[in-house]
Design a protein around this ligand. Sequence first.
Ligand code: THU
Length: 128
Amino acid sequence: MEDELLAEAAEVAEAAYAPYSNFRVGAVVVAADGQRFTGVNVENAAYGSTQCAEASAMANAVTAGHTDIKTIAVACIDAEGDCYPCGNCRQMMRELGVETIIVRTPNGAARQHTLAELLPDSFGPESL
Ligand code: THU
């Protein structure tokens, strides 16, 4: 399951629009009902307008009516080191209930984390 999701994330990363960083990222989210949605990073000449792959994938899930996401897998196919989701994407995951984050290590192996590990003591909907 982990390896299959990472393979799908790596495959979709080929579609990334990353002409500035040449750092292509792909993400796959698994909604509560098992449906999967993908996303890639979409860069912009106004660099701050760049969208991460994870954010794209989560937005695609929400667009299809899925606001309850269980798992997200991320693959950075141009990375030499580990590739972990940025802070902003972790906060988005928190909002949508992500429990498990799967990252692809440089040798291709899967590493799995809970959201609580990557975003401890977080702020969420029930904090309001
Ligand atoms: N990027 C992602 O897509 N996800 C992350 O979690 C970290 C960074 C993208 C944004 C930008 O297009 C490129 O990677 C370099 O930062």
